[in-house]
Design a protein around this ligand. Structure first.
Ligand SMILES: Cc1ncc(COP(=O)(O)O)c(C=O)c1O
Length: 330
């Protein structure tokens, strides 16, 4: 089923639609009326989380262009890279990943363990080198692949490119089916490379959900950065697919104050949220994204009770928690 006439072709990689469930125990424990969870952690096992929704479109484009190798980048516990490695294995595509890592030989745990299991070729780069030299590192990897007679296709961290935006336009279409357009819904998500929030914003606008809101909780960069960056990705998507939409008219709602000391650095309230979801609902959040996003949403719901229906997008990342067992130690 197409969600919109301009929707590009997609590979069916994810288990869709994902269920939307009510978290009654959590609501009772934190003293809020209601909260729903869209279980995008259940888009699959190995290719679980939000990335697979984006990869359905991005990798479809790669395959259509005759690529035999996927090249991408991310942090050393990148959920995006792990999902790409699994997709590559499933489709018989080579995967080469460029990872940012403080440690030149990090422990194979969590996502990194799975990257190795799925046969991806991994290279590690110190954070300062990665920051300063990423374009050159990517170009070199692409050149090496071409010289070896392969056809590489590059997409950046998080697959947050215009093709990827369609993943979360589709997610809004599922929510419309599951909740109906009439209910005033507030969709919350963790925001980092931005494609999830931009897809949700576009889906809301394209699918006529005028009384819905999309609220992102930044987990990596400042609110000022995201106001600019999300708009740029939105504009690029509108332009690339000739969407009949004025991006400047789409609200960008961001909840500030839940990054902590920085990207992927957990803090006590977010760790407590991981425990809370584990014990109250038997649900696993991750230390870098979903725990911070959920902490932000719960704070808003507790401070400003509202009649609107809150829905948190569980964007996955559960394997990342295994690499941070220390946080949950007894
Ligand atoms: C588990 C998880 N949740 C949320 C996000 C953030 O989504 P996005 O990068 O689309 O902003 C990511 C990736 O960055 C992620 O891995």
């Amino acid at each position: 089923m197409k969600t919109h006439p301009q929707e590009p072709s997609r590979l069916e990689l994810a288990q869709l639609p994902t269920p939307t469930v009510e978290l009654k125990n959590l609501a009772k424990q934190v003293g809020i009326e209601r909260v729903l969870l869209k279980r995008d952690d259940m888009t699959g096992l190995e290719i679980s989380g939000n990335k697979v929704r984006k990869l359905e479109y991005v990798v479809a484009d790669a395959v259509a262009r005759g690529a035999d190798t996927l090249v991408t980048n991310g942090g050393f516990q990148s959920n995006h890279c792990r999902a790409t490695a699994a997709v590559g294995a499933r489709l018989g595509l080579r995967v080469r990943m460029i990872l940012r890592s403080v440690d030149a030989d990090p422990e194979w745990d969590g996502n990194l363990f799975l990257d190795q299991l799925f046969g991806a070729e991994v290279s590690y780069h110190a954070p300062d080198v990665y920051r300063a030299e990423l374009d050159n590192i990517v170009e070199q990897a692409m050149q090496e692949e071409r010289s070896a007679g392969r056809t590489p296709y590059f997409f950046p961290v998080g697959a947050s490119v215009p093709f990827g935006s369609w993943g979360y336009i589709r997610c809004v279409a599922e929510l419309v089916e599951q909740l109906g357009r009439e209910t005033p819904v507030d969709i919350y998500c963790a925001t980092s490379s931005g494609g999830t929030q931009v897809g949700l914003m576009l889906g809301r606008a394209l699918l006529g959900c005028d009384n819905w809101r999309v609220l992102g909780v930044p987990v990596s960069d400042s609110v000022a950065y995201f106001h600019k960056y999300l708009r740029e990705l939105e504009r690029a998507t509108v332009q690339q697919f000739s969407l009949d939409l004025n991006p400047e008219a789409t609200p960008i709602d961001l909840i500030d104050g839940f990054i902590g000391d920085g990207y992927a650095i957990p803090y006590p309230e977010a760790v407590e949220t991981i425990r809370l979801l584990g014990r109250a609902e038997g649900i696993v959040l991750d230390p870098s994204y979903t725990s911070k996003g959920m902490t932000g949403m719960l704070a808003v719901l507790q401070d400003q009770p509202s009649e609107r229906l809150p829905v948190y997008i569980h964007t996955g990342g559960s394997f990342g928690l295994f690499a941070r067992r220390d946080l949950i130690a007894k």
